[in-house]
Design a binder for this molecule. Structure first.
Ligand SMILES: C[S@@+](CC[C@H](N)C(=O)[O-])C[C@H]1O[C@@H](n2cnc3c(N)ncnc32)[C@H](O)[C@@H]1O
Length: 208
């Protein structure tokens, strides 16, 4: 596996699912994410930074077998968990990097990325967005769910500690929106601002 400057979390493989369920960012949250996008038959869908694969598993439950579902993540142990959880669901989980997506141009109808961009330094966020744009079909859709500007007292307090980390800082300043526009994405908008989820998780949609 190529090296990345992104924060990988191999060490969390065993505790990732119980922890995210506890924090409200697990299975039920992924159901919410999967309901935020309409899918068509035969769509090709990429989850960039898929972790333990929960989002694609929820999407598979929701849509028919005809859609092609692919998840990439550099953490080999998380990919292993994803594969074990999704036997017989026909989802491909591979080791891979958002900054070097090993698919041809214009391949995917939809790219999803949840809670990944705050694991990337700004330089990788830019490269990742460029790569996502490259692999998306014309008018293909992108949904990023990630940390954005804090909106309440609790999240401002949390943000005060997190902003010292480069990966978090640009997210907390709301920079993802600007980076998406700079990369040439259209219709960039926040479609859900889940105040109740830590006060700073945004659902940002965009089109190629
Ligand atoms: C907080 S987890 C989110 C995982 C999953 N998307 C979810 O929402 O449960 C962040 C993920 O980003 C992945 N990541 C870190 N650097 C990456 C990179 N360069 N390319 C793709 N994913 C990366 C980590 O391995 C980890 O799985």
């Amino acid at each position: 596996m190529e090296k990345t400057k992104g924060i990988t979390i191999n060490w969390m493989a065993r505790i990732y699912d119980p922890l995210t369920n506890l924090l409200g960012l697990g299975k039920n949250f992924m159901k919410l994410v999967s309901e935020s996008i309409k899918f068509k038959e035969n769509d090709r869908i990429l989850d960039a930074g898929c972790g333990t694969g929960t989002l694609l598993i929820e999407i598979r439950k929701k849509i028919g077998k005809k859609c092609e579902l692919i998840g990439i993540d550099p953490s080999e142990k998380l990919i292993k968990v994803a594969r074990n959880k999704s036997k017989n669901l026909n989802i491909k989980f591979k080791e891979g990097l958002i900054e070097n997506i090993k698919f041809k141009n214009n391949y995917f109808d939809t790219v999803l990325s949840t809670l990944v961009f705050h694991h990337l330094p700004t330089e990788l966020k830019k490269k990742g967005l460029k790569e996502i744009k490259r692999v998306l079909k014309p008018k293909g859709r992108l949904l990023i769910v990630d940390v954005g500007k804090p909106e309440n007292l609790y999240s401002r307090l949390v943000a005060f500690f997190l902003k010292w980390y480069e990966c978090f800082d640009s997210n907390l300043r709301g920079e993802l929106i600007n980076l998406l526009k700079e990369t040439g994405f259209k219709d960039v908008k926040i479609i859900k601002n889940k105040l109740r989820i830590m006060g700073m998780i945004n659902f940002i949609s965009a089109k190629k």
